[in-house]
Ligand binder design. Sequence first.
Ligand code: ZN
Length: 251
Amino acid sequence: MGRIAVLSDIHANREALEAVLDDARARGCERFVCLGDIVGYGADPVVCLEMLRSLPCEVVLLGNHDAVAAGLEEPESFNDLAATAILWTRRQLAPEQWDWLAGLPLLAGLSLRAEGATDVVLAHASPAAPADWPYLWGPLEAAVAADAAGAPLVLVGHTHQVAAFRIDREEGARRVTPREVRSVPGSRHVINVGSVGQPRDGDPRAAYAVLDPDAGIVTIRRVDYDIATAQRKIRDVGLPVELADRLGVGR
Ligand code: ZN
């Protein structure tokens, strides 16, 4: 079965999205899923939304920024930078694009076998209370997410930081090295695939994951992209300069 590229938190960064899609195709990915936050922060919401719609995506989830862009929520919990950017974003999108975002689900399941049970659960924030957008930072939150999902593998985004957690009966929940996670019989994994368009783990390269269903391996990829162009566009459209600066340092 074909490899699956798992993208999250694209955040209207066209240059990062294009670089990730090139990398994913070069790695043999034929299937795509998106864990939400297509828009917000970056200068190319319309282009990124349309790129996503033209991909053969099996799943596209709603992110908290998408929800505000679509008018489903107001940016009450957003900081000033995020709120400024998302209200600008809302004005860039056409009503038909708001409607498309508004119709995206909060959760999805994926079966890696032809007609098998759900073995991967996907969420933007967490399968536990996904509409409340909780942040999944540590092993305790990962265990709650895995229990809510009831599947051996949970893939999330939202924090913009790559991370992986293993939950098993003997050792409970613990953090593991996220670079390459192999499925282990009797263990469950929760993996944060990081952010395509605005990484915040100190590595400014775009992040996404490749899921190989046959080998049972999730590999985190970091991809160089044209950061300078993405930064210039943010400044050119008049969005806060801090949003351009942070792309250069991955924070
Ligand atoms: Zn995000």
